[in-house]
Design a protein around this ligand. Structure first.
Ligand SMILES: *Cc1c(COP(=O)(O)O)cnc(C)c1O
Length: 397
């Protein structure tokens, strides 16, 4: 059995700051809660009982390690050596389950009975509902009403798993509003466990999520060593919504300067149209959902609603780690618009027989933005599968 080391390799200080980003901006009613969560987390990741259960569930239940697949025809088309990290093959269809298992085990350790979660595309809602069923807990998932309409298969899965799905009508009824509702619900019921779905929110959430997702790059290094005889690729490419799959894919490479990290944000209809989710490219520094980070804002400082065809990237903020890595130039940020992502989804499907999630299609499309050489080794994190997006794909076609 693999043993995942969840060591803290992040550029984070004791207050949860990544440079100027991060921190824990929460109401007083949640401060004790956050403090005890932090303590329990640090204790658990250093205990072999906890870690053995995490290792075992990721392997026997989630199906890890996920393959690192050499994509022959995509490589030919791109003129480089392209590997896909197959997070789409995880149980429930995306990388979200890695974190949901970790946080779910923490919730159980803290004696929690009730899980609160938010979801955009529904992948995190499904992961949270799955873990709640697995561990015998109650689960309530907040989801924007617009997303409930465009992600029906996942809504049905959550309900079958026994979760209660609460549609949120506020704002443009997408992920931002769902996070607001989940946080409000947590404030009124601090005894519940908030099982967050991305590397966002108040400290220690971004750190915990990144460390649970670090299994992705831990595996990539070992797998590349086997096939390429080296642990470091030339590029790692990942899409960013809140930044959790990217955090996991980049994690063990952050301190490896020869590995170029490419973070791909959703341009929507284009950054100049106002219909975008590109918070790094168009945002300003502000506080959103408990953390100081890059946020898309109106001129008056109000939050500007995000737009992307992909419900999982449709968020006006970004986790503090990604804001920091972009601000220092450690990551290169690429913007991919809706139409490029849709085209990439069809190209990957016909070249490799793999239907990617719309989110992951943004990462695939970004390959065309990079000047690649034939011997470059590129790992693209294929964060999820496309089943939930079939209606959108067929409508576009
Ligand atoms: C949720 C989701 C994303 C975006 O979230 P991150 O936290 O940025 O990873 C990307 N891909 C898939 C398949 C998702 O479900």
């Amino acid at each position: 059995m693999l043993h995942y080391p969840l060591d803290n390799l992040l550029p984070v200080d004791a207050g949860g700051f990544y440079g100027e980003f991060g921190g824990a901006y929460v109401p007083d009613s949640l401060k004790d809660n956050i403090r005890s969560l932090d303590e329990v987390f640090r204790r658990c990741v250093s205990e072999s009982d906890f870690m053995t259960e995490f290792d075992r569930l990721l392997q026997d239940y989630v199906g890890r390690p996920t393959p690192l697949y050499f994509a022959t025809r995509l490589s030919e088309a791109c003129g480089a050596r392209i590997y896909l990290k197959r997070e789409d093959l995880n149980h429930t269809g995306a990388h979200k389950i890695n974190n949901a298992i970790g946080l779910g085990l923490l919730a159980r350790r803290m004696g929690k009975r009730r899980i609160i979660a938010e979801t955009g595309a529904g992948q995190h809602g499904v992961a949270a509902a799955t873990v709640a069923a697995l561990l015998g807990m109650e689960c309530v998932v907040y989801m924007g009403a617009e997303d409930v309409a465009r992600q029906q298969p996942n809504v049905m899965r959550m309900r079958m798993l026994g979760a209660k799905v609460v549609p949120v009508e506020a704002g443009n009824a997408t992920l931002n509003n769902a996070v607001d509702a989940a946080l409000a619900s947590w404030c009124s019921d601090p005894e519940a466990f908030y099982l967050i779905g991305s590397a966002v929110g108040p400290h220690p959430y971004p750190e915990m999520v990144a460390r649970f997702q670090s299994v992705i790059s831990y595996e990539i290094r070992r797998q590349l060593m086997e096939v390429e005889g080296r642990e470091n690729p030339d590029y790692v490419v990942a899409c960013i919504g809140g930044g959790s799959n990217a955090a996991g894919a980049f994690y063990h490479f952050i301190d490896e300067p020869d590995v170029r990290l490419v973070a791909v944000e959703a341009g929507g209809k284009g950054t100049s149209t106002g219909l975008t989710a590109a918070s790094l490219s168009t945002g300003r520094c502000g506080v959103l959902h408990g953390s100081r980070t890059m946020v898309m804002m109106e001129p008056d400082g109000g939050i500007r609603e995000a737009y992307s065809i992909s419900a999982g990237l449709d968020y006006p903020g970004i986790g503090p780690l990604q804001a920091y890595l972009a601000s220092t130039g450690r990551t290169r940020v690429e913007v991919v618009n809706d139409d490029e992502a849709l085209r990439a989804a069809f190209e990957l499907s016909s070249a490799e027989g793999i239907i990617p999630a719309l989110e992951s299609s943004h990462a695939i499309a970004a390959l065309k933005h990079i000047d690649l050489r034939p011997d470059d080794v590129v790992v693209v994190n294929l964060s999820g599968r496309g089943d939930k997006d079939m209606a959108t794909y067929m409508e576009w076609k």
